[in-house]
Write a protein that binds this ligand. Structure first.
Ligand SMILES: [Mg+2]
Length: 412
């Protein structure tokens, strides 16, 4: 199992994806997701110029050794570009090892700890009737847990509203139900934390009144609040029994969570933009979070995320892996294999990919009654249709950014 070839494939069926395809001398292939939304080509260059030449001729069986070599030999560690590139290699080598063994990757990770993975979908609406319709639509599709995002009176465009941007004249073509838009410049959205804090508790009260107490409801604060604002929101949402409040503060300042935690029992989920176990170390040890949001693609692969989640398990902290559409079907498959195997699985985020994406990436996962399962094909269970991939060249696209009413740039 010597690595003969490693190709970096960029394709943009419904959105941009970067995929690493490793081929061994005995003809096995493995796929890894290296997609970094809005900075895709930086990872392409990192892989093509600095990683692929190091892989050729090395032993595809040595997953841990290859990971440590790529992480430590660069000298410059961590960061989203580096870790997405290393993640793609790690995933591809697990895929190859599974194919060599004739087993799905979850078997190599210890076997299934459950029959399927509870997944949550994204319901949203500018106003309550649209939000209720979206929640109903998700329930009809079988979702058993739902993230709720809402418009805020006085704000034109904010994070997480699927219908937003559909109006004529708004710049940038919007990807299906996700915030990134094609174009040379990021689109500006607006923000007012006080208006948001006044509005959101009433929305959750209305959703609970309409849909009852049972369904797990989640909410994403998207890094916008100060610690004291986040504490206030967590406290004001307690009557509505959230499954979690996500990214309540920009968590680079991890001490902020001590303050939030001391004021609220609303469970906290953090870490979709984290890259390594070091970003989680203190907030896990101090039990400042309840769910680890790290994605396989952005945490350096299956190997390091499994270690992080095993560490979190010591503190009864569970997984809540990031799973928007900018995690490719390969990254999603990796998350499903890992989630099926670990003991402390919590929930999996799931946004369905578009039809073109599903034609480029041939997948074997199942989605039934609100539960995901990665399937039992050897490896990760995803194959790249390169003819289909070749039809969709890269198109520049960016996530939006925020400004306050006075023009100040704010966390998006
Ligand atoms: Mg999020």
């Amino acid at each position: 199992m010597i690595i003969d070839k490693a190709d970096v494939v960029v394709t943009s069926p419904d959105r941009n994806f970067v995929t690493l395809k490793i081929t061994t001398d005995d003809g096995l292939t493995g796929l890894g997701d290296a997609t970094l939304n809005g900075r895709e080509l930086a990872v392409v260059a990192y892989l093509t110029e600095h990683v692929v030449p190091l892989l050729i001729g090395s032993d595809a069986a040595k997953i841990e050794d290859t990971w440590q070599f790529l992480y430590r030999s660069a000298y410059w560690r961590r960061g989203p570009v580096t870790m997405a590139a290393i993640a793609a290699v790690d995933m591809a080598l697990w895929d190859i090892k599974g194919k060599a063994a004739g087993m799905p990757v979850y078997q190599l990770l210890g076997g299934a700890s459950r029959t399927g993975l509870l997944a949550y979908g994204h319901a949203s609406g500018k106003e309550l009737p649209e939000l209720f319709d979206s929640v109903r639509e998700h329930l009809e599709k079988g979702y058993r847990a739902i993230r709720v995002q809402t418009g805020v009176p006085g704000l034109k465009a904010i994070y997480g509203i699927a219908s937003q941007g559909a109006e004529q004249g708004e710049p940038g073509v919007r990807y299906d139900h996700e915030p990134a838009r094609r174009g040379a410049q990021p689109v500006q959205e607006d923000w007012d934390t006080r208006a948001y804090l006044r509005h959101v508790p009433g929305v959750f009260e209305a959703v609970r009144n309409e849909f009852g107490p049972e369904i797990p409801l989640l909410h994403d604060g998207h890094h916008r609040m100060t610690p004291i604002q986040a504490a206030k929101l967590g406290k004001s949402l307690e009557p509505y029994d959230l499954f979690w409040l996500e990214d309540c503060t920009p968590a680079e300042n991890q001490e902020a969570l001590r303050l939030v935690r001391s004021h609220t029992t609303t469970p906290l989920a953090i870490g979709e933009i984290f890259n390594t176990v070091w970003d989680f170390k203190d907030i896990i040890r101090e039990q400042l979070i309840d769910y680890v949001r790290g994605a396989v693609t952005h945490m350096g692969g299956i190997s390091p995320l499994k270690k992080t989640l095993d560490y979190a398990a010591m503190y009864q902290i569970k997984s809540g892996m990031h799973g928007p559409t900018d995690v490719s079907p390969v990254g999603m498959a990796a998350a499903m294999h890992l989630g099926l195997a670990i003991h402390n699985f919590g929930i999996q985020e799931y946004m369905e990919h578009g039809q073109r994406t599903n034609e480029v990436f041939e997948q074997s996962f199942s989605w039934q009654n609100g539960m995901l399962h990665p399937g039992d094909k050897p490896g990760l269970g995803v194959e790249l249709n390169q003819d289909e991939a070749g039809k969709y060249p890269y198109e520049q696209a960016y996530l939006p950014y925020n400004r306050l009413a006075d023009g100040t740039v704010h966390d998006w």
